[in-house]
Write a protein that binds this ligand. Structure first.
Ligand SMILES: C[S@@+](CC[C@H](N)C(=O)[O-])C[C@H]1O[C@@H](n2cnc3c(N)ncnc32)[C@H](O)[C@@H]1O
Length: 463
């Protein structure tokens, strides 16, 4: 029946993910849009609009309408299983349809259920899946904290097997349901804390959008990240190494709390220990209010008493912990390569809406930071160039702006005159070693080396 439901959902007068209603206020938080979306869908009579009302917006339709949309057998099976319920207003779903950025329909739960509600798709779900999606098919991938399995299903075509784990047993059930809905057979759901259910496996890719909301005590399992919010993410970063295949990587995406003045990469490095490789891809900062507004709207989508309470109590906790802002980050962790100190780099992410961080970006940046950490001999042999997709906009005073074309995920950034001279020199040199030879003394060579390392760590140069 799940399979048949899946087939029916893709045959609804066009894909759900293509429905123009998804464009309505796409930038805003979902909850304020619900009455608007419901009103617009009620004005339509196509089957897709009916399915979206009953399964997505919990807006009742008639029993005859749901049978016409899903077929009588599927509709009756869903009614018998209490996935659909009928009362005097009509038929609605007890689960919630979530629509992934690929347009895939998943069954998950409304987050105002609180407690152990199973998350379907969030703003970072496809961010983490794309950044971890291997370019060629790999053997094993892990979707940690998979929720309803959206990221696992996205990466499934690029792995022989995907294991989707979650501490919430109900998430594993919904993940299995969603694999059936999608007709995907290589995703296996397991239950347990972090890496405990996969101790004996080795993964080419691990992806995790951890719960990252700071909470005073325990909270919703999909959201609560610890008192600061980053505790579970940090634990996953520390504990992932034993399950990574030799050239495997773990990719996390979250809104990291900014508490100290310390740069993010230094803080994470201290928490991670010296040896693993660490690439920090930094996105934009959000005010604490922005996260609090989102959480409160999830808790009470009707903006009632509970909304106000949640908003204020969340903000008061953020202030108590000393959170100044949240920074969206993608973190990539690799196994130690044998040296005493692992490579570290911080790349600023473009805010261009078309810019996506892909696995190949992470590969290029990891190679760059590994070279930066590999020592002077390896660096001297290297031939380097400005990263593809970047160009220099020169300013009259010798400085320049690095700017990226729309698809390139690096943010606009300023370069001092010394860095600009170095880039110009690298353009005509056969190797870094050739540039070093031109320097007369040790301090000149040290300046060149330092400059190259900085540009490699910032993702501006590639090999
Ligand atoms: C923010 S949701 C992400 C859901 C989904 N992967 C996505 O990207 O949309 C975090 C998920 O982590 C799970 N989780 C929380 N604590 C966990 C733990 N200790 N071990 C494994 N999973 C955990 C939650 O149940 C939830 O499904």
């Amino acid at each position: 029946m799940w399979r048949e439901l899946g087939e029916r959902l893709v045959a609804l007068d066009g894909a759900l993910g293509d429905d123009p209603i998804l464009e309505t206020g796409a930038e805003a938080h979902d909850a304020p849009l619900w009455p608007l979306r419901a009103a617009r869908l009620r004005a339509r009579s196509d089957r897709r609009a009916l399915a979206m009302r009953a399964l997505w917006l919990h807006d009742p339709v008639t029993p005859a309408e749901i049978r016409a949309v899903l077929g009588a057998a599927v509709a009756d099976a869903l009614l018998a299983a209490d996935v659909l319920v009928e009362d005097e207003r009509g038929v609605v779903a007890t689960l919630s349809l979530a629509i992934s950025s690929e347009g895939r329909a998943l069954l998950a739960e409304a987050l105002d259920r609180g407690g152990d509600a199973v998350m379907g798709v969030g703003a970072l779900t496809s961010v983490v899946a794309r950044a971890a999606m291997p370019e060629a098919v790999v053997d094993l991938a892990l979707d940690l904290g998979a929720g309803a399995g959206a990221a696992a299903l996205e990466i499934a075509p690029r792995a022989r097997r995907v294991i989707a784990t979650d501490v919430n047993p109900r998430a594993a059930i919904l993940c299995r349901v969603n694999a059936l809905l999608a007709g995907v057979t290589n995703v296996e759901a397991r239950v347990g804390d972090l890496f405990e259910p996969v101790r004996d496996e080795r993964f080419a890719r691990v992806m995790f959008q951890p719960p990252f909301v700071p909470v005073p005590a325990s909270g919703e399992v999909y959201a609560a990240g610890g008192e600061r919010g980053d505790e579970l993410a940090l634990r996953a970063m520390r504990e992932c190494l034993p399950v990574l295949a030799p050239s495997g990587r773990a990719v996390l995406a979250l809104d990291l709390p900014i508490v100290e003045d310390e740069p993010v990469a230094e803080h994470l490095r201290r928490e991670l220990g010296p040896e693993p490789g660490l690439l920090v891809i930094e996105g934009r900062d959000h005010a604490p209010e922005e996260l609090a507004l989102g959480i409160a709207a999830h808790a009470d989508p009707h903006y009632g008493e509970r909304y106000a309470q949640e908003l204020l109590s969340r903000l008061s906790h953020f202030a108590q912990v000393g959170i100044r802002a949240f920074k969206t980050v993608i973190l990539v962790v690799t196994r130690p390569t044998g040296g005493a100190a692992g490579a570290t780099g911080t790349v600023a992410m473009s805010s261009h809406p078309g810019a996506r961080i892909l696995d190949r970006d992470a590969s290029a940046w990891l190679a760059a930071i590994e070279l930066a950490a590999a020592g002077p001999e390896a660096l001297a042999r290297a031939r380097l160039k400005l990263r593809e997709g970047l160009a220099l906009a020169r300013l009259p005073d010798g400085r320049a702006l690095v700017h990226a074309d729309g698809a390139c995920p690096i943010a606009l950034q300023g370069l001092g005159p010394q860095a600009v001279r170095l880039l110009d020199a690298l353009r005509s040199a056969r190797s870094v070693g050739e540039l070093l030879k031109k320097e007369r003394d040790g301090s000149g060579r040290a300046t060149v080396t330092r400059g190259v390392v900085e540009l490699l760590r910032a993702g501006v140069l590639e090999i």
